[in-house]
Design a protein around this ligand. Sequence first.
Ligand code: GDP
Ligand code: IMO
Ligand code: MG
Length: 430
Amino acid sequence: MPGTCVIGLQWGDEAKGKIVDLLTQQHEIVVRYSGGANAGHTVVTGGKTYKLSLIPSGIFRSHVQCVIASGVVINPASLLGEIDYLAAENVPVGENLIISDRAHVIFPWHFEEDRLMDVTPSGGEAIGTTMRGIGPCYRDKVGRSLAVRLGDMYRDGFRDRIEAITAEKNRVLAAMEKGSPAKPLDAAEIYTQYAQYAERLQSHVVDTTAYLLDAVDTDRRILFEGAQGSLLDIDHGTFPYVTSSNSSGGGVSIGSGVPGRFVTKVVGILKAYTTRVGGGPCPTEQENETGQHIRDRGNEYGTVTKRPRRCGWFDAVAARYTARLSGVDELAVMLLDVLAALPELKICVAYEIDGKRVTDFPSHIDDLRRAVPVYETVPGWEEEITEVRRFEDLPVKARQYVDRLSELVGRRVGVVSVGPDREQTMFVTS
Ligand code: GDP
Ligand code: IMO
Ligand code: MG
C-alpha cells in the first residue's frame, strides 16, 4: 500500500497545507494524526485562500475521505466553526470527514491552564504557546484520570464525569492563580455546551483506527498530513520549546494506528529559509533588515495567532538532522520566491559551540543557545521567479541555491514552490 506522509522539517509553517492539497490528487484518504488547532494550514485553490486548523487539507477534493485520527486533540468549538466556515464557502463537510472516538477533547480548563502555565517558574523565556489548550490536554491524556475522549461524550456517566473533573480543575486552577483567581468554571454550563457539540459531531465520530487498518488491508492510497514541524517534536525537538506531540516522522503511526512499515514515502517540507513562532533558540534568526525583508516578502505572520514569525537564514544543520530523523525520501523546497532580490544569501552549514565546530544538532537547549552559526555565502538572484514553472527555467543562481540545500541536507529535491498557488509549483524529475 503506497502510504505517503508530509512532514515539516523546521519549526512549523513550512507550507505543508499546499503540498498536502497537491498530493491529494493521487490519494483516496487524507489523515491528520497529531496536534490540534495550534496548526494553521493554508490551501489556495480557485483564487481563494483557505485556512484550516483541524480538518485535513484534502477536504477540497470531493473524492477524498478525510480522517482526524486518534492522536489529534480536539476543541469541538473550533472544529464546528471550521465545518461551518467551509460550508459557507460551499465546501461540503459530511460523510467525507470522520473523526476518531479515541481523540482527546479540549475543555475550557485547558485554555486556563495554558495561560497559567506558559510562564516558566524560574522567570526564563516562555514557550510562547498558541494558547489553544494543546499542552494541558495532552498532559491530561498522559495522566489519564482527568482525560475525556470523544467517544466518552456518548456514554452514560458523561455528565458525572464533567462534574467531577470540573471540581478537581477548579481546585487546581485556584492554586495556580496568582493574585485574584478567575471565576470558577461552571460544570453545568460546560456539560450543556459539550453535549450540544457532541450531538452535532456524532455522525462523524467512528473508530478511525479500524477504518485505517481496513484501508491498509485493501490497499487504499493514504496521505498523512503532518502538523507542526520536526523541531517542535516533544521527544526529538528543541525541548522544552516544543509542542506536546510527536510532530516528526515517528508520530505518524502513533497518532493514526497505521504501522510505520506501511508508510512507504516521506516528503519533507522545508522553507528556503527559517521561521519560528514563539520562544526558544533559533540560531540563524536575523533580527535585522534581512529578517524584516523575509517577513515582509513571505508574509510571515502566524496563521493561527497572527504573531510575527521570527525569520532567518536556512539552517542546514537542523534540516539535515530532521530529514534523517523523519526518514525523509524527498524534499519540497517552499517559498523560494521570497529570497529573490537579496544580493547574497547565507546558509548555515555548521555551528560553533564553545569554539568547537559541530554539525550534529545539539540535544540540549543550552548548547543550542550558545551555537553560533557558521555560514556559507552564496550569490542571490535579482529576478522575480513567481511565474517560473519549470526547474530548468529558474535563474541559475536559484537552481544552485536549491542544489546546495539538497546536498547539505542529504536528500533529493522533488518539488520547488514559488508562490502559494497550486500552479506555482515545479516538480523536479532529474
Ligand atoms: P503550514 O502550516 O505548513 O501548512 O504553512 P502555513 O499555511 O502556516 O504557512 C505557509 C504560508 O506560505 C501560507 O500563507 C501559504 O499560502 C504560503 N505559501 C505556500 N507556498 C508558498 C510559496 O512557494 N511562496 C510564497 N510566497 N508563499 C507560499
Ligand atoms: P503548523 O501545523 C508553527 C509552536 C508555538 C509554540 C510551540 C508550543 O501550522 O505548522 P503549542 O500551542 O503547540 O503548545 O505551542 O509550538 N507551534 C507552531 N508553530 N506552526 C505550527 O503548526 C505550530 N504549532 C505549534 O508557536 O512555540
Ligand atoms: Mg501553519
